[in-house]
Design a binder for this molecule. Sequence first.
Ligand SMILES: [Mn+2]
Length: 464
Amino acid sequence: MKYLAICEDDLLFQFMRKLATKRSEVLFIVEDLDAARRIRRRGGSSQAGPLDSETTYQKAHLERADQVILFVRDTELWERVYTQIRSLRPDTSILSLASGKKSIGGHKDKLLSQLPLEDIFEEFCAPQLLDTVNRRRVEMIRGLFREKDKINILLQHDPDPDAIGSALALRELLGRNRATTPIVTFGEVTRPENLAMIRLLEIQIERVNPADLHGDGAKLALVDVQPPYFEQPLGRVDLVVDHHPKRAPFTARFADLRTDYGATSTIFTDYLRAAGMEPSQRLATALLYGIKTDTLFLERGSHMIDVEAFSFLYPFANRALIAKMERPALPREDLEALGRALSRLQLEDGVAVIHMGEVKREDVIPQMAEFSLQIEGVEWGIVSGLSDNRVVISARNVGYVKSAGDIMKRLYDDIGSAGGHRAMAKAVIPVARFKEKFGEVSEKAIRDAIVPLITQREDENGRG
Ligand SMILES: [Mn+2]
């Protein structure tokens, strides 16, 4: 096969140098002498001359060419060159590389085919370019923090797998651990699948009060969420990586919002790949589960990019573990404790108070608080249990009433840690301190303390 490549300059040669020099049958015809020399110096064959002149093609033996490749961006020149070639060789096939689809429109020429540059670029160059962009972003992210900085990675109120996976990935990307880079939330994980995820992957998510976010000069990173989501101002935000649309303006030292991504975990998978990092099984499992749940197994709003990230992570992940997360099981003992508690449930002013006693697994408590809101007439669900010599209390409400976080704080913050937001809150108190203040750990003690605060009229609010 003899190829004739007709080009304005030596750009095409640069792109296909390996191929063109290996196959000496490609002759490059270029406009100027310098370009022709450059091609020859680098091992190609070339000839210089006006591209629209008959003499050029006679010298190049156009009649021996099996295929003409046309790489001319100037549309007027393109027309002249095309006309010239066709008048000399009506039967040779021409492949035109051009931007846009314009030039081909006017010609009913079966032997002319066009390869749009955009398509070539997208398929072969864009992924590598994107890789460069991601690598640059990773460098910027690493540059945000100094080694001695503590970083809080803040998630939404009820962290989901996408957020949790992203937080783990950020930590890994920064080469940090749980102590220096805790994952925090103002709320807590409640969905059984998500609780199963953090239990099976041994991920700790700490509850913090908004006031403590920058304690000890800690830096703040947000993943899968943006600052305006939070009711309270967050102070200085160092990093935001998210895939949700930007609803309100915010400032952050670094922000990467990609609304065309189905999951934030996909963005972090991009980062990891660009940084040349192979994810651990734990991280790959978390990210895979994040992408899977946020895109409803690659159905909802997912794109090629999510599918690619998914298939990259798949071999590293523990699929058996994911199957367990999707069907979380409750310990039998805890179910029995719940059954007993439910059997004596009394509803008063729409408030359900359930004390489960000793529980095997602490995450059953928020799960049951969530569940209690489904009981008819329940507007507040307060569920408590004992775990590790601590009283753990979860509060939930239907959302339009008083702030659960405020009430828990007023009651328990002085003897333990308590907080949360309007619809969901938690308190953890050492048993001894609870007994000092309330006498005993029982449904009655909890109810007697909480119900008055819930039913208190608005105008009294804040005085007690
Ligand atoms: Mn998400």
